[in-house]
Each structure stands twice: as C-alpha cells, then as structure tokens.
Ligand binder design. Structure first.
Ligand code: GNR
Ligand code: NI
Length: 167
C-alpha cells in the first residue's frame, strides 16, 4: 500500500475528464490503485476521493461517510439521477482545496448506478452526506471542483488567499 499525492487547486490536471474503465481494466493493478486511494483518503482524512485528485484519470471513486470508517464504497463508472428536484445547501470541503469550506447546493436524494471493485453492477438510493459526497466526487471525474459553483467574488478571494499562502 502507498500514499498517493493529492493534486491541489488550481492544478490544471484537476480539469481532466476521466475515462470509463472497461472489462480489461479489472486487473490486480486496479485493485492496488483502489487500496492506495482508500489509504490516501483515510489518512487525509476525507470521506471521499476521486481518481482525478490523485492524477488517475479513469472513472474511479472511493468513499466512506461512516462515523467508524468501516463502510468503504467503491464506485466505478458512476451515474446518478435525482429522485426529486429538491436541492439543499451543505458546507463542503475538498482535499484538493485544503482549509477552505463553502456552502454548495446539491440534490437531496439521488439514485446511483455504478460498478463495484470487481466490475459487478450496483445500484442504491441515498440522501444526506452520502448524496452530497457522490455528487462532489462525480464532479471531480468531469473536471469540476466545488469552488466552480461559488460567486466570482468568492473565487477571487480564494485565489488571492492561495497566492498569499504560496508567498
Ligand atoms: O472529505 C471531504 N468532505 C466532504 C464534505 C462535504 C461534501 C463533500 C466532501 S468530499 C471531501 C473529500 C474530497 O475532496 N473528495 O473529493
Ligand atoms: Ni473533492
């Protein structure tokens, strides 16, 4: 197992669109990538991690929103659909934007379809933190970071803060 380096905003590699995994990709190397992503996510610590964040550009997400960190989930080639049009705000953070938190609007209740780590189809419905996390991670696979949803003003302030930190 090994810890992977997490890309940080505004790294242009976070804008990469992830490719779907195909049958031939379900190899021991993929299992290793999944285990390394879990190790990296738990160590951070975070409740989710998308391949994009570790410069791996296939549609792979690991997450665990449980209190005891004993409910690992793997989503491969994920798709979701809202079960109702209702959205809600939740304060989000992102391992690729350290020490920054902001409210983001997401669907309250979604249906998720994806493959598991062995390539078997899985389907579930969720709400609350898990639903927010799935939407946040699926955005990463499309090259979207949660700060993209913030006002110009908030994005400008964040950029200035990051420039100042670097100096
Ligand atoms: O650790 C994380 N917490 C979090 C909180 C609210 C909504 C989404 C998240 S995901 C984030 C980890 C991360 O950056 N995943 O991409
Ligand atoms: Ni994130």
């Amino acid at each position: 197992m090994s810890l992977l380096t997490i890309l940080e905003y505004p790294d242009p590699r976070l804008r990469t669109k992830a490719e779907p995994l195909t049958e031939k990709d379900f190899t021991p190397a993929l299992q290793q990538q999944i285990d390394d992503m879990f190790e990296t996510m738990y160590a951070a610590p975070g409740i989710g991690l998308a391949g994009t964040q570790v410069d791996y550009h296939n549609q792979l997400i690991v997450m665990d929103v449980s209190e005891d960190k004993n409910q690992p989930r793997v989503l491969i080639n994920p798709e979701y659909t809202p079960l109702e049009p209702t959205c809600e705000l939740m304060q989000e953070g992102c391992l690729s934007v350290p020490e920054y938190y902001a409210d983001v609007e997401r669907y309250v209740r979604i249906q998720v379809k994806a493959l598991d780590r062995h390539g078997q189809p899985q389907e579930f419905e969720c709400d609350g933190l898990l639903a927010h996390c799935v939407q946040h991670e699926c955005d990463h696979l499309k090259g979207i970071v949660f700060v993209d949803y913030l006002s110009r003003l908030k994005q400008d302030r964040l950029r200035k803060k990051l420039i100042k930190q670097k100096a």
